[in-house]
Design a protein. Structure first.
Length: 465
């Protein structure tokens, strides 16, 4: 049994908190890019309110601002289920916001999807104007997750909405350029892997493989069914697919790579892979994180090569009630991403991957056998006062450092990196870089001196002859 010992504290400190007027849920937080380059947040509550959270730039400081946005065609008695937002792919312009809600119509509940988008020049990114430009679509199913994904079609990029529901289907909403509005289209047109689902999909994640026409699509279902597909977007064919069955509902699936992308292009300009990887996939290793409401969270390593065969468990991830949200981000700036889990038990858990005995002894202690094999270890945890529902990691202040936004049952927490720790880290790395450059310079001078000495010796020998 591996011995694990926490030696790190959470490197994030809470900067601000925005209390909700009513509780939220796992689908009610979305980040979107602004014209200035920063990110803003939209947080929805069950009682029909949408909060726009941002940091306002003031002389010598920034200030957190939370303002309710009055989106049209959302009745006062409606319960918001999910929200999502994205910017259109170039050359198109404009911010698009989607909101699903259920209206209480007395005898029955009526579900709707509202899509907000302003086509008036100059107003494409004005949130107040966008909130008044609504396409109201009545649904025949109860909506769950509203998700957006960028697709390649006929050499062009476009972003579409994908909506899961209680009808065992995934619905796609795509913009009709002639009509200047979004409309539902068969999901099989662009996502053949989502045509037939085994159960109600609770979590969906799409990852476009860089420098290729391929993507990975993962989904987790209410029945515990987990699926992942490798798809060619040009031919719209499923190249490989893997699936497995867990015992309880799947709360989150996340496709990720632990380290930075390694670019390697072939003759056609597309990324090529080593011959031992089927289908010519990326040389980047893609992994799948699966969290469950009743089981341990797990990571499936290198899914393109090994499918769902290589499983790594996240220890103690079932000890704090259900895991409801998850992120994979580099919070300690070492170039290797960590896994963050948010639980109904009010805990934020951080896991670090330890490979081949390369763990820093000052940060974490693991059994050597575990290190040699590669394992995720619990690095630190942080407690909150209410259950954690959703998380995003984005740069809200436009200072180059991302903030962790955590939506809880009571409100929105904004956690920032400690400036003192970050400054010390930057200075330490600069000193290491200077030392490295100096060593290279000294080594180069030594080589030049040795070459000059050899040249003078050769000249002396030639003059003797």
């Amino acid at each position: 049994m591996a011995s694990r010992e926490l030696r790190h504290f959470c490197p994030l400190v809470e900067d601000s908190f925005c209390r909700f007027s009513s509780q939220s849920n796992v689908y009610s937080l979305s980040a979107f890019p602004t014209i200035s380059g920063s990110k803003d947040l939209l947080a929805a509550t069950l009682k029909g309110k949408v909060i726009h959270f941002r940091y306002q730039q003031l002389p010598q400081k920034v200030r957190a601002v939370a303002k309710e946005v009055q989106f049209t065609y959302i009745p006062v008695d409606a319960e918001i289920v999910s929200i999502d937002a994205f910017n259109k792919s170039a050359p198109k312009r404009g911010l698009v916001v989607g909101i699903t809600f259920i209206k209480d119509s007395g005898d029955k509940a009526s579900p709707f999807l509202n899509i907000y988008c302003d086509y008036e020049p100059g107003s494409e990114y004005n949130l107040d104007s966008i909130a008044q430009s609504c396409l109201n679509l009545e649904l025949q199913f109860t909506p769950f997750q509203l998700y957006h994904a960028e697709v390649q079609e006929d050499g062009k990029y476009e972003v579409v909405f994908l909506l899961t529901g209680n009808d065992h289907c995934v619905h796609m909403y795509k913009e009709n350029e002639l009509l200047h509005q979004f409309e539902e289209q068969p999901v099989s047109n662009l996502f053949p892997e989502l045509k037939e689902m085994q159960s109600n999909v609770l979590s969906l994640n799409v990852l476009n493989i860089p420098n290729s026409c391929r993507r990975l699509t993962a989904f987790g279902c209410q029945s515990g069914y987990v699926g992942i597909c490798h798809v060619d977007q040009y031919s719209k064919t499923v190249l490989h697919e893997w699936n497995m069955q867990q015992d309880g509902p799947i709360s989150k699936v996340v496709l990720f790579s632990l380290t930075n992308f390694i670019e390697k292009k072939g003759y056609d300009g597309l990324q090529q892979a080593p011959s031992n990887v089927p289908g010519g996939e990326s040389v980047e290793e893609h992994n799948l994180l699966v969290t469950s409401t009743i089981e341990l969270s797990v990571v499936y390593r290198n899914v393109l090569k090994d499918g769902l065969n290589e499983q790594l468990i996240l220890p103690e991830s079932d000890q704090y009630d259900s895991v409801l949200c998850a992120l994979v981000v580099d919070v300690d700036f070492d170039g290797v991403k960590e896994i963050l889990l948010g639980t109904y038990g009010q805990e934020l858990l951080c896991y670090k991957y330890i490979r081949n005995g390369s763990a820093d002894p000052d940060t974490i202690s693991c059994d050597p056998a575990v290190q040699a094999a590669g394992e995720f270890c619990l690095l630190w945890k942080r407690s909150f006062l209410s259950p954690l529902l959703s998380m995003v990691y984005v740069d809200l202040t436009y200072d180059g450092l991302s903030e962790l936004a955590v939506s809880s049952l009571k409100g929105l927490h904004i956690l920032q990196h400690s400036l003192n720790q970050t400054t010390a880290l930057v200075l330490d790395r600069l000193r290491r870089k200077v030392t490295e450059l100096e060593n290279r310079s000294n080594a180069s001078k030594t080589d030049e001196s040795h070459q000059d000495h050899c040249t003078e010796g050769n000249r002396a020998q030639n003059s003797t002859f």
